[in-house]
Write a protein that binds this ligand. Structure first.
Ligand SMILES: [Zn+2]
Ligand SMILES: [Zn+2]
Length: 368
């Protein structure tokens, strides 16, 4: 079968729309027709060469679509099902899986670095040569083939454009509050950075019953969205001091929970400084892997619980349907996160919006 995909050939070069080919389905494969896929910061890290993968590659790991066909042994989904894709298939029996840390699964980590399918082989070809996929998905494509555990069935009325966000950013942010930190009712929460992940952490904290949620960003438009999705207070860090703001809301102690979702050294430092002694800090953002981040030791004194999380403690088969239902009920606000919808042909413009910091999420709409 042949279809169109946005192919990355080299770092910092535009993606090109190419005709690609798939191999026949293996027993555990699910063929998904993509409805929508959004551009996440990790895609940009690969495109900018900060994370290196074998080329050529199809990027995209935040995607939703419809099951088109399934391999012989697939039982959980069938053609016609609507799915959100998970980028963390895991083997279930390695050291990390046995320790209930599927995000570190040894098979997952190795195959991801190879740009392979979860069984270690490849499914796509471009001009006769092997075509790699990012994080077992490769969602910037009309179709993708994923292992069955990556295709998570969601309600039929879950729209693709909001559904795709659940697959990475929303899961990471909401899960950081509900699964990783387990925010408690009435507590105080500081969220640094109001991109898709920060806005999702705000919503996870709101749904968990946090009493005070202070959102920090440099962009007043993002702070306005933060208010709409659940922040009780906002602070533009370019105009006022976020640490003074959090202290004034917490009797001078600092927040019970801090979520860092800005991805820069200053925010990592502020995450520690804005947390009360004995409180909990969850790091969600990233800086370049070769960069160093420093802290004044005094800010670490008096105990802090610091966690680095990359997928919000995701349990996709449970969380994706429940996040979808929360959206359909109106509890989880996802339309606010979609700031642009573009067809696949304009994907490079979507990356420009992300580089310029203008987008919350740009969604590639395959029906456009
Ligand atoms: Zn992502
Ligand atoms: Zn494993």
């Amino acid at each position: 079968m042949q279809f169109r995909a946005a192919v990355m050939h080299a770092a910092n070069a535009p993606l090109t729309i190419e005709s690609v080919e798939t191999a026949p389905l293996e027993p555990d494969d699910v063929l998904v027709r993509i409805g929508a896929a959004s551009i996440c910061h990790t895609d940009l890290e690969v495109l900018s060469g900060e994370i290196r993968y074998p080329m050529p590659m199809v990027l995209g790991h935040e995607a939703s679509g419809t099951v088109e066909a399934v391999g012989a042994s697939v039982a959980d989904v069938r053609p016609g099902d609507r799915v959100v894709l998970s980028w963390n298939p895991h083997c279930g029996h390695c050291y990390y899986c046995e320790n209930n840390q599927p995000i570190l699964c040894e098979t997952y980590v190795k195959g991801r670095a190879d740009g392979a399918h979860f069984d270690g082989t490849h499914r796509l070809k471009w001009k006769g040569q092997r075509l790699n996929t990012l994080m077992y998905i490769g969602g910037f494509s009309e179709y993708c083939i994923v292992p069955s555990q990556s295709a998570i069935k969601v309600p039929d009325d879950m729209p693709f454009d909001c559904g795709c966000l659940i697959g990475c950013g929303v899961m990471t942010g909401v899960g950081a509050a509900t699964r990783v930190a387990r925010v408690t009712w009435g507590s105080s929460v500081l969220v640094l950075g109001c991109g898709a992940i920060g806005l999702s952490a705000i919503q996870g904290a709101r749904m968990a019953g946090a009493g005070v949620i202070l959102a920090v960003d440099f962009d007043d438009r993002k702070l306005a969205v933060a208010r709409e999705v659940g922040a009780t207070h906002v602070c533009n860090a370019g105009k006022e001091d976020p640490l003074a703001a959090v202290k004034s809301l917490s009797a001078g102690r600092g927040a019970d929970y801090v979520f860092e979702a800005a991805g820069n050294e200053k925010a990592f430092r502020a995450s520690i400084e804005g947390c009360r002694p004995g409180g909990q800090v969850v790091w969600l953002g990233k800086v370049n892997v070769d960069r160093e981040v420093s802290f004044r030791w005094g800010t670490l004194m008096g105990e802090r619980h610091i966690v680095r999380s990359s997928y919000g403690g995701a349990r996709p088969s449970e969380d994706f349907p429940s996040l979808s239902r929360a959206y359909l009920k109106g509890d989880l606000k996802l339309d606010h996160l979609v700031t642009a919808r573009i067809p696949l042909e304009r994907i490079n413009e979507g990356f420009d919006l992300l580089r310029e910091g203008k987008a919350i999420r740009t969604v590639i709409d395959f029906d456009a």
